[in-house]
Design a protein around this ligand. Structure first.
Ligand code: SF4
Length: 336
């Protein structure tokens, strides 16, 4: 990848003093670790819709399915103002080539789930979604989104970042094909746009290189994608590309589990059946089972199979993104 990957982020998470009280909610993992790998597009809906800093604290009230955004003390209704801003801002963000978004949890504007909604009487329900987060997720339903608190969970963190990198590679593929996400010729596709046959070949190669990564999330959807790709030459781009993307995003949104990883690792081990000694094979299978039992992190069996791939120069595996779906410096597989 020769370009940076762009992520939307709640401004307060990267240290901007935009909270109602003039403070921030800087998250070290987001602002330090992830900032080294992604280009952030910070957004503070409350400041950007003109509410200023400091401002009155606010909360969601009424019907959790269509809540109002109200200031807590003066009971000012800011819903229409925020909605008008959201409509404008999500349209602008469509041009930012975002591959994901990290929201600030619990916020009546930016929280993506479990935000408190206060009824007229009684305790709040934890079922709301912040108005900006709602507008963003409605406009970009296929984009990976997370909130900062959930990134403390190693599995959710790895899954989110894997989805972001996979989507970025897919966007690079589309750019190379000269197509947009609907399968239409993109506005900036130049004269050198590949022909139909080359486009099919590039999509097939992309799919082949993601085969085991997809299997680690959903063997079923990976199979559907394989069948779709096999028919690629007979389908119009407008039919093929949106369906391929829908399946890609659906598969990657499903959590990879130890059982699914062990299934993939066993498939990969099958490539070496004539090369490994019985001892080496037994050691690998033992590691897989220790990983399945939670006695060792995923990085351990992955390191062993990656060693086999390098040692035996296995062409069918060398380009598998499953072996390294995100930069190893992020150490995401050391904790799952
Ligand atoms: S949670 Fe959202 S609206 Fe609130 S300060 Fe952070 S970025 Fe701004």
């Amino acid at each position: 990848m020769d370009r940076s990957i762009r992520l939307g982020v709640s401004s307060c998470l990267v240290g901007h003093n935009v909270r109602y009280d003039g403070g921030h909610k800087r998250n070290a993992y987001v602002a330090d670790t992830l900032a080294a790998f992604f280009e952030f597009v910070p957004v503070c809906p409350e400041v950007e819709c003109g509410l200023g800093v400091p401002r009155q604290a606010m909360r969601l009230t009424g019907d959790p399915a269509a809540p109002r955004l109200m200031t807590i003390h003066a009971d000012l209704d800011l819903t229409d103002r925020m909605r008008a801003y959201c409509a404008r801002r999500v349209s602008e963000l469509a041009g930012e080539n975002l591959c994901g978004y990290i929201f600030k949890s619990k916020s009546p504007s930016s929280g993506m789930a479990r935000v408190k909604v206060y009824p007229e009487k009684g305790p709040p329900s934890m079922t709301g979604v912040g108005l900006f987060a709602r507008a963003f997720m409605d406009r970009f339903p296929l984009l990976p989104v997370e909130e900062e608190g959930r990134l403390n969970d190693a599995r959710l963190r790895e899954n989110f970042i894997e989805r972001v990198f996979t989507l970025a590679r897919y966007r690079d593929l589309l750019a190379g094909l000269g197509l947009d996400e609907q399968g239409r010729e993109s506005a900036d596709a130049g004269e050198g746009r590949p022909g139909r046959r080359a486009r099919t070949g590039q999509l097939t190669a992309f799919h082949a290189a993601h085969k085991y990564l997809l299997m680690s999330h959903s063997p079923k959807i990976a199979g559907e994608m394989g069948r779709l790709t096999a028919r690629a030459a007979s389908l119009a781009d407008e039919e093929l590309i949106p369906e391929y993307q829908r399946l890609l995003v659906s598969a990657m949104a499903l959590q990879a589990t130890p059982a699914k990883h062990v299934n993939v690792l066993q498939h990969i081990l099958g490539y070496f059946k004539t090369q490994l000694t019985p001892d080496e094979k037994a050691e690998a299978l033992d590691l897989f089972e220790r990983y399945r039992a939670g006695q060792t992190p995923l990085v351990v069996p992955m390191t062993l199979v990656s060693h086999f791939v390098r040692k035996y120069d296995t062409a069918a595996l060398k380009n598998q993104w499953y072996l390294q779906p995100h930069p190893k410096e992020l150490m995401l597989r050391n904790h799952v």
